[in-house]
Design a protein around this ligand. Structure first.
Ligand SMILES: Cc1cc2nc3c(=O)[nH]c(=O)nc-3n(C[C@H](O)[C@H](O)[C@H](O)COP(=O)(O)OP(=O)(O)OC[C@H]3O[C@@H](n4cnc5c(N)ncnc54)[C@H](O)[C@@H]3O)c2cc1C
Length: 381
């Protein structure tokens, strides 16, 4: 079959590779001048620092097949992600751990003591938390909520945490030990030469042709047996029902000499600091050494028509509109919507790859059986 993939990010690359390996002819178009989608990395000309162009990307997963997949296309270096936060004129380690608790409250508690102490801080009158705020107050109490969650969340989501669902803060965001590894996952690392060469290697197959600087042309659909679309779901339908809400990010880039902040990511929890965090990219490649340094000050705001959509909002209003777009998509033959934009979900890279592999395998099964591939391999609702 001749298959068109819209988007040369992880979704497009993994699906394309899987189908090309089974003998299908793959054409990929991407409107940007580079492959890699939002995972794109590029070495800064002046400093030599590897920059995560669309924001920091750390690879972490428990999925062994996905880990074996990425490490077969790129050499990975061990990387442990640590996040610090500046709040109320002090610097703390996140996620909240025993060090954070002892530093914040000026104590020397051991794990069980800290657990009991935090329970005295938590608002136990909240028995069935409904909002993000109630969930945080129930878990960690007002002092930690103010310092670490309230201002940051208001800046990140542009609304009060009372308007966000409790489900956003799923688990107790506290560790009662000194483990400051930001992620729990078994496999963590960073591709030695960045993500773009890894995705280039995935795309490097004689059955795959990539056209950059090329927007998807709906008139071309009839040239293909099937289309996988990793662009925005509402964009495919020309936003005819309205726009699905996203947050976008503005990165204020600056350079310096030496080490600007001593860590990869410094959050800013206070509401009166307008940015959410500063990322210093050289710390994502601790095995390299550079005199200069490249940093991004990150601001979050509502996504306008000309902005890059980053984080889907997915509150009640957006989910209703999403359901209408899903119905439109399901009535459209020979196209499958994939990836973070095509299914309007936040997806970590490992989940993106897992879903792309499963989607490609599902397509191969349908092709063998002669049955129609659905509009979604994974429901966005
Ligand atoms: C700020 C931020 C930080 C993140 N950090 C992490 C992290 O630390 N760890 C982690 O695991 N994941 C992280 N992620 C998630 C990661 O970025 C995604 O998993 C991944 O980018 C999804 O790949 P994709 O191919 O689905 O989408 P994308 O990377 O968005 O690729 C879609 C591609 O389609 C192209 N396209 C869209 N519409 C059209 C069109 N009409 N015509 C032609 N081309 C089109 C776009 O140009 C783009 O290149 C982060 C995401 C964000 C937003």
């Amino acid at each position: 079959m001749h298959v068109l993939l819209v988007g040369a990010g992880l979704s497009g690359a993994v699906i394309g590779r899987c189908l090309a390996e089974q003998g299908h002819k793959i054409t990929i178009v991407d409107g940007r001048p580079h492959i890699g989608g939002n995972c794109h990395t590029q070495r800064d000309d002046k400093t030599g620092v590897m920059v995560h162009v669309y924001g920091p990307h750390i690879f972490h997963t428990d999925d062994e097949e996905v880990w074996n997949y990425v490490t077969s296309f790129a050499r990975f270096q061990p990387y442990k992600h640590r996040v610090m936060t500046t709040s109320q004129e002090a610097v703390y380690s996140l996620p909240i751990n025993l060090h954070t608790i002892n530093q914040f409250y000026g104590k020397t508690l051991r794990p069980d003591e800290a657990r009991a102490f935090l329970e005295t801080q938590a608002d136990t009158s909240i028995t069935d938390p409904q909002s993000f705020e109630e969930q945080a107050l129930r878990f960690v109490g007002p002092a930690f909520y103010e310092a670490f969650f309230k201002g940051y969340t208001e800046k990140q989501w542009g609304c009060s945490p009372t308007d966000l669902p409790a489900a956003i803060l799923k688990r107790l965001p506290v560790r009662f030990n000194y483990d400051d590894n930001y992620f729990f996952h078994r496999f963590q690392g960073m591709p030695e030469q960045g993500y773009t060469p890894m995705i280039e290697a995935i795309l490097d197959h004689p059955g795959i042709t990539v056209h950059l600087d090329t927007m998807f042309d709906p008139a071309a659909i009839s040239d293909y047996d099937h289309v996988f679309y990793s662009g925005p779901l509402d964009g495919y339908f020309d936003y005819r029902l309205g726009r699905l809400g996203y947050r976008t990010l503005d990165f204020e880039r600056f350079t310096d000499q030496g080490d600007y902040q001593g860590c990869a990511v410094m959050n800013y929890g206070d509401r009166d600091t307008p940015y959410t965090r500063i990322t210093e990219h050289k710390h994502f490649s601790p095995w390299e050494s550079h005199e200069g340094t490249v940093c991004y000050r990150e601001y979050s705001r509502e996504c306008g028509p000309a902005d890059i959509p980053y984080y889907p909002i997915r509150l009640v209003k957006e989910k209703a509109l999403l359901a209408d777009y899903v119905a439109l998509a399901e009535a459209t033959p020979r196209i499958t919507f994939v990836g973070r934009l095509g299914t309007y979900r936040y997806l970590d890279m490992d989940v993106t790859i897992r879903e792309a592999l499963d989607t490609a395998r599902m397509f191969l099964t349908h092709a063998t059986e002669g049955s129609a591939m659905p509009a979604f391999a994974i429901s966005p609702l």
